[in-house]
Design a binder for this molecule. Structure first.
Ligand code: SF4
Length: 381
């Protein structure tokens, strides 16, 4: 096991009967979700975790899907108050990978058997950038076809709010999943952490457009934001359910000292990690068969945070494949893990981390969520 791979402590712990009963309920109201999120004693947390793990294994199986993460560009037209690559941080060297570089990253993913990749960037709608992403997606789908994956790698995009026309172009180029995080479902809190030109409503409308076009749609939130309540987090879970999302990516909020929000007080690290883990579990209990990522933000705050995320109901991990020379310039928050490791080292380390959580890697397939497969089958004529 590599030096960057701490082991996760496992063992049987007593579970609180009260929280076990609540977690096993098939339908949870807002107050009940909030109660689950309040689990703070070891026995309460274990009851929520164990039921979430049981639901995950029953509904989605034991496999963990890997999405190679390619950070295509750190240039961004937005100025979110919490983000380490917001446009007003002018000292950061900005980069954009070429189509050849993006495809080379995709080849690494295909060789490693990852099955899918995520193209992520700051929010840009300029023609040159959208043309670049369309070209890269088309080439990835064509040039990563292998005997074990005849359709090529699955492609998830995470490039922010765009027009319907742009979403459609990217879909037609071959992208089939899109992650657009709402960051919080509380419109007032959203307004407090974004500049006035970014509206909660327009982000929600984008989720609708993506779904209408035919993408598998993902969203997510930050957990432990200044001013965020347990009720807000319960509402986030219900937002995911009510918008019938296929995948969720959420992690603990990590303040960036160079941003306006980063200077405001927030809960301590242990509390933000606890909250992020019970949010993963509550999302699994309420949404059942969606894909949920165990995010790098969890690992940034806890050396075994991603393994814990898997044990609380997550089933997706995103290994870093961005070229090492630009990776340090894509830091949405400080303390991002895997800054120096090569893609090969990340691959070995992750496989061991996944096994240490008692799970196995789902190699060489797209790993669509059972929820998306069910939803899209229903739409077939
Ligand atoms: S969160 Fe996204 S859209 Fe906002 S500033 Fe950062 S990269 Fe840009």
């Amino acid at each position: 096991m590599s030096s960057c791979t701490p082991t996760i402590k496992r063992g049987s712990r007593a579970a609180s009967p009260e929280f076990a009963r609540l977690a096993a309920q098939r339908r949870l109201c807002r107050e009940e979700v909030a109660k689950l999120l309040s689990a703070s004693q070891a026995a309460e947390i274990e009851a929520v975790r164990a039921e979430a793990e049981r639901v995950l294994l029953a509904r989605c199986g034991n496999e963990v899907y890997l999405r190679g993460l390619v950070e295509v560009s750190n240039a961004c037209a937005r100025d979110c108050h919490y983000c380490g690559i917001r446009k007003s941080l002018t000292a950061i060297p900005r980069y954009t990978l070429t189509a050849d570089e993006i495809v080379a990253c995709a080849q690494l993913c295909a060789e490693a058997g990852y099955g899918s990749l995520v193209l992520q960037s700051g929010e840009r709608s300029d023609k040159a950038f959208i043309d670049l992403v369309c070209t890269a997606v088309r080439r990835i789908r064509r040039e990563t076809r292998t005997a074990v994956q005849p359709e090529g790698l699955g492609v998830t995009l995470c490039i922010g709010q765009q027009s319907r026309e742009i979403y459609k172009r990217l879909f037609d180029a071959g992208a089939h999943r899109y992650l657009l995080r709402i960051e919080t479902s509380n419109p007032k809190l959203f307004a407090a952490i974004h500049p006035p030109e970014q509206s909660f409503q327009s982000r929600v409308e984008c989720l609708g457009l993506l779904r209408e076009i035919g993408y598998q749609v993902g969203t997510g939130v930050m957990v432990g934001l200044p001013g965020q309540s347990i009720q807000d987090l319960a509402d986030d879970i219900l937002f995911f359910r009510d918008h019938d999302v296929d995948m969720i990516g959420m992690g603990p909020y990590i303040p960036h000292p160079d941003t306006p929000l980063g200077r405001e007080p927030c809960a301590d690290v242990a509390e933000r990690v606890r909250l992020a883990l019970v949010m993963v579990a509550a999302a699994r209990l309420v949404l059942r068969d969606v894909n949920i990522a165990s995010t790098t933000a969890l690992q940034a705050l806890d050396p075994v945070g991603r393994e814990k995320g898997l044990r609380f109901g997550a089933n997706v991990i995103m290994p870093q494949v961005t070229p090492a020379d630009v990776r340090r310039h894509y830091q949405l928050y400080p303390g991002k893990p895997c800054l120096e490791e090569s893609a090969g080292e990340c691959q070995t380390c992750l496989a061991m981390r996944i096994e240490s959580a008692g799970r196995k890697v789902g190699y060489n397939h797209w790993g669509d969520s059972a929820h998306a497969r069910r939803r899209l089958d229903r739409r077939m004529p």
